[in-house]
Design a protein around this ligand. Structure first.
Ligand code: SAM
Length: 257
């Protein structure tokens, strides 16, 4: 799977500051409808962009806990200077969703955006989220289904080979289609599911897919795939003919009282 070392973590941070992902975070925040004073757990908090925004939303009486197994990601998150006056305290620590370092029923909201698709044991991860949530607590899970990708290329055969090699960066590149049933099996009531498409028409480097090209090429190159450079050069030269679309799926659920 993807190794969240310093270089990869910085690349991810870059793509997550593009307007595409800024808008995706706004959708997540709207769906969460955080209330003042809430305690929120951000699982796989990555570069910390969502955590600091949630801190502003819950205010000084709230609290945000971010957990992530990657030291590089934890450093990026802790170094953010997004602290706003009146925001909740934010604590980032090393942790894994399969064994969350928090007591039972200790949080109001648990969030995992672009994380569960990296996790091998989904029932265990959801059982942990269920355990740390208080009764009536809410969970939001967002993941990508890589079968939803439409990425135009001059060489469709090469594109298919690159995307197949890239799928190895996840435990389950098609997780969203089973998220609803996994959440229900874990005991949650699923309140809402919706899709958020990312769309880039015309090549622009400072977009989600513009950054993704570099990530994909580096990942498959490290695994001995030889087509990454030519694949990337083709995409970057498409100009106005460039086209990328990919779906994120969001599930909002509640732990019954
Ligand atoms: C694609 S990044 C998403 C970061 C962040 N959630 C966001 O949306 O901005 C995935 C993150 O999940 C973390 N991660 C991977 N496996 C994990 C696990 N088993 N438990 C918790 N976090 C994990 C990675 O270290 C990385 O920071």
């Amino acid at each position: 799977m993807l190794d969240y070392d310093a270089a990869t973590s910085r690349r991810i941070e870059q793509t997550y500051t593009t307007p595409d992902v800024v808008e995706q975070r706004a959708q997540v925040l709207a769906a969460l409808a955080l209330r003042p004073g809430e305690r929120v757990l951000d699982i796989g908090s990555g570069p910390g962009l969502l955590a600091w925004q949630m801190a502003a939303a819950v205010g000084a009486d709230g609290r945000i806990d971010g957990i992530d197994p990657s030291e590089s990601m934890l450093s990026l998150a802790a170094a953010r200077d997004d602290v706003r006056v009146g925001a909740a305290p934010v604590v980032f620590r090393r942790g894994d969703t399969e064994s969350i370092p928090l007591p039972d029923a200790s949080v109001d909201v648990a969030v995992a955006t672009q994380v569960l698709e990296y996790v091998a044991d989904i029932p265990r991860a959801l059982a942990e989220m269920y355990r740390v949530l208080r009764p009536g607590g809410r969970v939001l899970v967002l993941d990508t289904d890589w079968e939803s990708v439409v990425w135009h290329s001059r060489d469709p055969g090469r594109m298919a080979r690159v995307l197949t090699a890239w799928e190895a960066h996840l435990a389950d590149p098609y997780l969203p289609r089973r998220l609803g049933s996994e959440l229900r099996r874990a005991g949650f009531d699923v309140d809402r599911a919706f899709v958020w498409p990312l769309l880039n028409v015309g090549y622009v480097a400072q977009t989600y897919s513009g950054g993704l090209i570099e990530l994909v090429a580096a990942f498959i190159g490290n695994r001995g795939h030889t087509e990454g450079e030519a694949w990337a050069a083709d995409l970057c030269s498409l100009g106005e003919d460039y086209f990328f679309s990919l779906n994120r799926y969001l599930f909002c659920a509640t732990k019954p009282v």
